[in-house]
Design a protein around this ligand. Structure first.
Ligand SMILES: *Cc1c(COP(=O)(O)O)cnc(C)c1O
Length: 355
């Protein structure tokens, strides 16, 4: 079965085999070697300076990393502006609400790009905002939100950005030189091609200095402090860390994030062109889409469950639209061990279903 959903991904054999390494006690030096290699390689994906940046690991899914980032990096007296244009932006608002973090929302229709004028107006109207939260790749629609323009607006106002990079870290450009970026949250099992269970926040060390402690398990500062001392507060998902390290080695061997970007770009274009030729239009233009995933209009006369089941019977798992989009859209991600011949077989399967 090939997974064309936005994570977890189809594993390479190399990463799958890495799960079979020896059992480790998480209080032994062998485990801390694994943890250190993962953290060092994560900081290395975008060639960051380890004196300024730190990768903080945790056991959980991508949402754990996002929750840890939001609950920790908005200071106790801080205020968060959430940019929402999809499910994952809405999730950040839910997290802020749950923790009682002072916040406001600039809400958009799910199909729309963030409106910079509305965001800057909100920031200018209330000088108490310290942070803006934004989804980099809004997986709801496949839209790649423009971090550069928002970063400029934030820098001009001395506001920091907290980025959900869960479905972009490792394959899309992220300008860590942008001094407004305080942290990026992500996970092992999307663009990095690891297994679910390991998530992380790449954070500026300086941002930890003003961190709040609102959560016990996901307290980013405690995790960061202990990990810097080759320590861990809890039992990590050791095998997920094995897989993350192997996936990061594989990413480096394959040429790093830029090579992965190029590979995804070619695959997603192959899917787009193939489906367009079969009458299924991509929802967003290429220049607004990530290379990771694209959303397509359902063909006339076939509903999603039928399309899903017919493709699954042929070895492919695709993904539904979320919420109100479930009747209109389906989504195809080309993360993981997916190649051009797989996309050819996928397109041939669409032909079979249509006939
Ligand atoms: C997948 C995803 C998440 C987190 O999902 P989990 O199921 O918790 O791993 C968060 N944000 C974005 C943008 C995502 O694509």
């Amino acid at each position: 079965m090939l997974l064309l959903n936005p994570g977890p991904v189809t594993l390479t054999e190399r990463v799958r085999r890495s799960l079979l390494q020896e059992d480790l006690c998480h209080r032994e030096s062998e485990f801390f070697d694994v943890q250190e290699e993962a953290r060092t390689r994560l900081v290395g994906v975008y060639e960051l300076d380890p004196a300024q940046w730190q990768a903080v690991l945790m056991t959980g899914s991508g949402t754990a990393a996002v929750e840890s980032m939001i609950a920790s990096l908005v200071p106790a007296d801080g205020k968060l502006l959430v940019v929402e244009n999809g499910v994952y932006g809405e999730r950040i608002t839910a997290i802020a609400t749950q923790y009682g973090i002072a916040h406001a929302v600039v809400k958009h229709e799910w199909m729309d790009a963030p409106d910079l004028a509305r965001i800057t107006a909100a920031l200018d109207a209330d000088k108490s905002f310290t942070h803006v939260a934004i989804i980099h790749h809004e997986t709801t629609t496949g839209r790649l939100n423009d971090l550069r323009a928002l970063g400029e607006a934030c820098r001009a106002r001395g506001v920091q950005m907290l980025v959900d990079g869960v479905s972009s870290f490792g394959s899309e450009a992220i300008d860590f030189d942008d001094t407004s970026i305080a942290a990026v949250a992500a996970t092992a099992n999307k663009c990095l091609h690891g297994v679910p269970g390991a998530a992380f926040v790449v954070t500026r060390r300086a941002a930890l200095a003003t961190a709040a402690s609102r959560t016990y398990y996901l307290d980013l500062k405690r995790l960061a402090t202990l990990q810097d001392q080759r320590n861990t507060p809890f039992t990590p998902s050791v095998h997920a860390y094995y897989a993350l390290v192997e996936a990061l080695r594989e990413l480096a061997d394959e040429g790093g994030w830029k090579a992965r970007h190029a590979r995804y770009a070619a695959l997603s274009e192959q899917v787009r062109a193939g489906l367009a030729a079969r009458g299924m239009a991509s929802v967003l233009p290429r220049e607004e889409s990530s290379v990771v995933l694209r959303a397509f209009r359902l063909p006339a006369g076939i509903d999603y469950p039928k399309l899903h089941d017919a493709l699954k019977a042929r070895g492919f798992v695709i993904y539904a639209g979320q919420g109100g989009l479930s009747k209109e859209l389906f989504r195809i991600s080309t993360m993981g061990d997916i190649h051009a011949d797989d996309v050819e077989r996928l397109l041939a399967s669409f032909d079979e279903i249509a006939n």
